[in-house]
Write a protein that binds this ligand. Structure first.
Ligand code: SF4
Length: 336
């Protein structure tokens, strides 16, 4: 069999990238410029037995060029449980990479950028949770997965936006500590009918969507379907046609006969859908960028595979890992 030359390989990779990325406005030239990097990353993945898990909010070059699995926090944590690879590179933010480490303590988990944090996760510490527990003894603590590992270790159960309502309803207690997303808490209070004690954390992306914007879009396009993430303000959620997690939004758009949609969430999801679904379905309104998610690039993924800095390798103390794992396992149990 004749081997391809390097330039033929690059051309083939550029074609492959262009097939998907042209739907989100990428030129052939731009695809050609990243082809050597995606080729090298994919080669290193095989050589090192590494896998890349990517959140739907990542850029399309990562999602369609190098990711092995793309999903939301719940899908990614389930996937992280089944991974066979020796190395997991997380194209997402720190709490997601930590979750993969909690589930795979013996594997190497890499986060390519140390700046990939999260406003929600960084709003609360394990010490804050201990104080809340002292203030409300015997009240179960449900923590959103968007929390750092010390907070997960202090929690009874973790939840994601896909299963939060189900988990809160399944707990026997009528009062629940739900941390740290205050807007999500308000949406969940209405849905679950339980008394929720919270924390004033917010997602810097989802708190920006407002009701005026939605009303204007509905006036312009009366047949538009508005989908809001559970982290949005309740005024937005109440005026949406559907409220849920990113994976639930994907399902909704794929199944809906409607042709026009507005997604009140991060732009990455809109771009992913533009590639994956029929071009007949169109997206309107402004999406917003998460500054933390966008810290991950093809370049830092490549560098972290070639020669990871010590800080890029996620480390979790054994005691904390065991306690956080128990709260995560409780989530898998209660969300069945
Ligand atoms: S979109 Fe919001 S919740 Fe998600 S990582 Fe960014 S800041 Fe955190």
């Amino acid at each position: 069999m004749q081997h391809m030359t390097e330039s033929q390989e690059i051309e083939k990779e550029a074609e492959h990238l262009y097939k998907n990325l042209q739907r989100v406005g990428w030129s052939k030239e731009k695809c050609r410029s990243i082809a050597p990097i995606t080729l090298e990353i994919n080669r290193l993945k095989k050589e090192l037995n590494a896998i890349i898990l990517a959140h739907s909010y990542q850029t399309p070059d990562i999602i369609f060029g190098v990711a092995d699995f793309v999903g939301d926090s719940f899908g990614l944590s389930k996937k992280a449980q089944q991974v066979n690879a020796d190395i997991i590179v997380f194209a997402g933010v720190k709490f997601m990479a930590e979750t993969a480490k909690i589930l795979n303590p013996e594997k190497t988990v890499i986060l390519p950028s140390l700046e990939a944090g999260c406003s929600l996760a960084d709003s609360i510490t394990g010490e804050d949770v201990r104080k809340l527990k002292a203030q409300y003894p015997n009240v179960p603590v449900v923590s959103y997965i968007n929390t750092n590992v010390d907070v997960k270790a202090e929690s009874d159960v973790i939840c994601t936006s896909s299963n939060a309502a189900k988990i809160i309803k399944r707990l026997e207690s009528d009062t629940v500590i739900f941390i740290p997303d205050m807007l999500m808490l308000k949406n969940l209070s209405a849905e679950t009918g339980k008394k929720l004690i919270g924390w004033n954390g917010k997602c810097v992306v989802h708190e920006e969507f407002n009701i005026q914007h939605i009303q204007e879009l509905k006036k312009l396009y009366p047949d538009i379907k508005i989908l809001a993430h559970l982290e949005c303000d309740p005024s937005v959620a109440m005026n949406a046609d559907f409220v849920g997690s990113t994976s639930q939004m994907i399902e909704y758009v794929k199944k809906s006969p409607a042709k026009k949609f507005m997604l009140a969430t991060e732009c990455g999801l809109v771009e992913r859908l533009k590639v994956e679904i029929s071009p007949e379905k169109e997206f309107y309104g402004a999406c917003l960028l998460c500054p933390y998610m966008k810290k991950i690039t093809l370049e830092n993924i490549l560098e972290s595979l070639l020669d990871p800095d010590d800080e890029q390798i996620i480390k979790v103390d054994k005691d904390i890992q065991v306690r956080a794992l128990s709260a995560l396992q409780k989530m898998f149990e209660l969300s069945k």
